[in-house]
Design a protein around this ligand. Structure first.
Ligand code: PD2
Ligand code: ZN
Length: 280
């Protein structure tokens, strides 16, 4: 899997290709200029081999992205009503683990309001046209409207400040409950540009650009949020959360992630997805 290359280099490569320079000629002139960047090598090799992934690696990455201000490597970020802890960060994929995102009362309040509205996720089976239980996601779930109750509204304001992204660009909060044995198999949260239904989905707010999974109740065992491409597992500790962002809808972001099976107890999470535009 190639890393994304810098916007400047991408722009230059695209301009050179558009001007009719061949990939081997580009490679030679970059080597001569002292480039020994493995990400570039991989992108060029893929381009040469005609891999579609190379196009994605060279596709324009979004420049304005949600995320906290980590200048000066702060241990805490003040968001007005709370001091959020920065527990762990990773560059590629962009992952940040936060502590003290929600109080115990907020976690319990969200669970109580969601519990009575949970439903097992059903999906349409294209083969028979019938509805089936989704084997990839064995949790129960529901969505809150944005600003639906006091806790939801307060949390959404907090996240908008923390992640420096307009509240209106966020989807309504999703709540999931995982019973023992339930899991969420690895997936990407962005909408696959190659799926026929995606253009319709994108009319409302554009692409997803980031996800924050917040842990409302921890199981006794299991239930980590996993990032298989990089071997990362985030423990589902109550009140904490894992943020990750993806600047293009492509696996080069390394944001494949899943919810490992809950082995004992119940896991509850709240997921906030951020779109590139207002989500009406
Ligand atoms: O509950 C999780 O750990 C999890 C894992 C992967 C949640 C989501 N994805 C999601 O809500 O998209
Ligand atoms: Zn997900």
């Amino acid at each position: 899997m190639s890393q994304p290359i810098s916007p400047e280099l991408r722009e230059w490569l695209v301009a050179q290709l558009a001007a009719g320079h061949s990939v081997p000629a580009l490679r030679a002139s970059m080597r001569a200029a002292g480039w020994h960047d493995s990400a570039t090598d991989v992108a060029l090799a893929q381009l040469e081999a005609g891999f579609p992934a190379a196009e994605a690696a060279l596709a324009p990455a979004r420049t304005e992205m949600p995320g906290p201000d980590l200048d000066g490597a702060p241990l805490y970020i003040d968001v007005g009503d709370r001091r959020i802890q920065v527990l762990q960060t990773m560059r590629h994929p962009r992952v940040i683990v936060f502590g003290n995102l929600l109080s115990v009362e907020e976690c319990e309040g969200l669970i109580a309001a969601a519990r009575v509205r949970l439903a097992r996720s059903l999906t349409v089976e294209t083969r028979t046209g019938g509805e089936v239980l989704n084997v990839d996601r064995t949790s129960d779930g529901m969505f809150f409207e944005r600003g639906e109750n006091e806790i939801v509204a307060r949390l959404e304001q907090r996240l908008a400040t923390l992640l420096r992204w307009p509240l209106e660009y966020g989807e309504g909060l999703q709540i999931l409950r995982y019973a023992p044995g339930a899991q969420y198999r690895p997936h990407y949260d962005y909408f696959d540009p190659n799926e026929p239904g995606t253009p319709t989905i994108l009319k409302r707010g554009g692409q997803r650009v980031a996800t924050l999974v917040m842990y409302l109740q921890e199981p006794e065992q299991g239930g980590a949020t996993t990032f298989p491409d990089v071997g990362l597992e985030v423990a589902p500790v109550r009140g904490t959360g894992v943020f990750f962002s993806y600047d293009r809808p492509d696996p080069v972001t390394r944001t494949l992630h899943g919810g490992a099976p809950v082995l004992a107890g119940e896991k509850w999470v709240a997921t906030k997805w951020l779109r590139e535009r207002e989500f009406k």
